[in-house]
Design a protein around this ligand. Structure first.
Ligand code: GTP
Ligand code: MG
Length: 435
């Protein structure tokens, strides 16, 4: 077999001699110096190895170029600078993702990673920085009251039940005796707060029932003992199941002569709500909202259930929440009731709710008293909207007026685009019809 000296090979391949020696040594050859000779058939192997090394080097260089090593938790403007983005654009993105941020605090690590990924960058966290940031962000988690939504068929006694609990008389004043909107209340029993949401039972108000089930931790399914399980009873329980919330059944009107609680237990068992005494895990409580019987038992069950759920929320920082209802008030203008999910809502806060924005001018408790702030699970009426926000919209405090307006405008644009697309789709089908 023909032999060739190493310096000749290097010349031929256009490689430095030391690299050729390097590769040969790595192959197990005992080359001594550039004058040593090797079999000619090594040349091809050397060439391949050389190509492979080149590619790897290039890859490594590229990988290094696209990584960001973080030595401290990045704040909004830091990450904007690192990713060469406008921080306003990031704020809009965060609003799109429903991420609440506080410019005085680091961004959540997952958000940083997602932003980076969109720009083809990879984040490398130093030591346990990622975990430390998460811990720091979670600091300040405190217990919050349960949110309890009362659901059920029309006239089964939901509002009367809440009247009994609140010692109020809302049901009597309702037009036509039926509830037509969602109502939110907060009460205190044995030093513990509970937030209640009343929903209408009339079949026309499906969306409100669904919304009520969405914001809640516990659903109270009210069934009148003399009427039994009815279409909206089933609909309501399906909303609660879809929202994955615990259900407590309140069998109401047990004072009536035709009351038959066992029949209701039987009917609901067919829908998977099996009473504890029958081997299931659903709590049933017999009550009479009108005669205020069984109310304390029901409240006890709610508090017990709430304790099991270990409900917590961040109390500090900017507030987020859900719009429960909105209306145009003659004196106050557009107002909305919000149940705060996280953070503390304060007078003077700028906010966004869907495509509307505003500044909190005043806050009222659901009893109509002026309050200075609202903490998690608290329902509160906000004055200061630029327009009426639709119920069900997410509400979010934004640190700066300019950005709040920017986000709302962006959302308006998007909504307009969507409706334009909708109408152009219609035109196409019309054209199709005509052709
Ligand atoms: P919608 O909100 O319209 O779905 O009705 P609701 O479920 O809120 O029922 P509401 O509380 O308005 O009560 C309907 C009727 O049932 C009223 O006339 C109440 O006085 C009556 N009622 C409610 N609870 C009881 C009860 O425990 N016993 C009896 N006898 N009547 C009750
Ligand atoms: Mg009602």
């Amino acid at each position: 077999m023909a032999k060739i000296r190493i310096y000749k090979v290097a010349e031929q391949l256009g490689m430095p001699t030391h690299e050729v020696m390097d590769i040969l040594k790595a192959l197990g050859s005992d080359v001594k110096n550039h004058m040593s000779s090797i079999d000619e058939e090594y040349i091809e192997l050397l060439q391949e190895e050389r190509e492979y090394r080149k590619k790897e080097e290039e890859k490594n260089r590229k990988r290094k170029e696209r990584t960001i090593q973080l030595k401290e938790s990045p704040h909004l403007k830091d990450i904007a600078r690192l990713l060469d983005m406008h921080w306003e654009d990031i704020v809009i993105k965060l609003a799109d993702w429903n991420v609440i941020f506080d410019s005085k605090k680091p961004l959540p690590p997952l958000v940083v990673e997602r932003l980076a990924r969109e720009k083809n960058w990879e984040i490398i966290w130093e030591d346990s920085l990622r975990e430390k940031t998460i811990e720091a962000l979670q600091g300040g988690l405190g217990i919050r009251p349960p949110i309890v939504t009362v659901l059920g068929h029309v006239d089964h006694g939901k509002t009367t039940l809440l009247d009994a609990i609140r010692r109020s008389k809302v049901a009597q004043s309702e037009y036509g005796g039926i509830t037509q909107k969602i109502g939110a209340y907060q009460i205190e029993v044995s030093n513990k707060k509970i937030t209640f949401v009343d929903t209408p039972g009339h079949e026309a108000f499906t969306a409100m029932r669904a919304r009520g089930a969405q914001v809640t931790d516990i659903a109270i399914l009210v069934v009148a003992a003399d009427d039994g399980v009815m279409p909206q009873t089933i609909e309501a329980l399906q909303h609660a199941k879809a929202a994955d919330v615990s259900i407590i059944v309140a069998i109401n009107k047990i004072d009536k002569s035709g009351a038959n609680p066992d029949r209701i237990k039987q009917q609901l068992s067919d829908y998977g709500l099996v009473p504890e005494e029958w081997g299931g895990d659903t709590i049933f409580v017999n009550i009479s909202a009108l005669q205020k019987k069984g109310i304390n038992d029901l409240l006890e069950m709610i508090l017990l259930q709430a304790e099991l759920l270990e409900l917590k929320a961040r109390h500090q920082g900017y507030a987020t929440g859900t719009i429960i209802e909105s209306r145009l008030d003659r004196g106050k203008g557009p107002v909305a009731t919000v149940i705060v999910k996280e953070g503390t809502l304060k007078i003077g806060d700028f906010f966004v709710a869907g495509a509307t924005w505003g500044k909190v001018r005043s806050l009222f408790s659901v009893n109509g008293k002026k309050v200075k702030e609202a903490i998690p699970s608290m329902p509160v009426e906000i004055v200061g909207f630029s327009e009426l926000p639709p119920a069900g919209t997410q509400y979010m405090v934004i640190e700066d007026e300019k950005i709040a307006r920017l986000i709302a405008n962006q959302k308006q644009l998007k909504e307009r685009e969507k409706s334009l697309k909708g109408s152009s789709a219609q035109i196409t089908s019309l054209e199709e019809l005509l052709s």
